[in-house]
Design a protein around this ligand. Sequence first.
Ligand SMILES: [Zn+2]
Ligand SMILES: [Zn+2]
Length: 257
Amino acid sequence: MLLDYHMHTRLTDGTMEPADYARVAIARGLDEICCTDHAPLGNRETDWTLTSANLATYVDWVQAAQRQFPRLPIKLGLEVDYFPGREDWIRELVGLYPWDFILGSVHFIGDFPVDRSAADWKDQNIDERWHQYFQLWEHAARTRLFDSLAHPDLPKKFGLRPATFDYRPALRAVQVAGGAIEVSTAGLRKPCREIYPTEEFLRLARQFDIPITFGSDAHIPDDTGANFDKAVTLARRCGYDKLCRFTQRRRELVPLG
Ligand SMILES: [Zn+2]
Ligand SMILES: [Zn+2]
């Protein structure tokens, strides 16, 4: 089966509406999709997340798409930024609607935006930033607030990476927490031109017996399920033959591909 568990609408930094993604998913033969728009941060409004004012609209849109396309399961999800100390807000958010899936992300190291632009990375200590990022990622895993962790090696987006990096502590944290990780084809559309996470990471994840979700991180409907053939090939090469699906936060494994 092919399930795309990561996409955004025009309420945030995406375009169009859930129904438009559903239409593409059906045309491409996907078995299920999950909308995961950016959750409100809770302590400030941004131009790239939902707000407390339009969160209900988002839920309405997803539910309307579910009625419009009864043969395609369309799950209600959120991509939630992890910030240390904001766990209570995330718990509150999670209690507001009957979410199927909560995708955790680290987009910020303090005020430093990990994936905004290559210019932000100019003059940065790459090794240090990678360590800081994965520390946060590890903490995010330990909270057990998230069903899957998005685009695991996001700091490679602009092609800047340490010569070697030990992913095992981060993966061990996910394993202990019983979490899952995302295989994201978005990286193929970025300067790094590589799926998130890198093959070495995914092989280790398989050894740790960590299940995976698939996501395109589509911000336009045409990217729904984009390059999933490549993601399937990579996952299989790393030893995976199953994929996660979530219903009201309950995880189930389905055959991959
Ligand atoms: Zn993200
Ligand atoms: Zn996203």
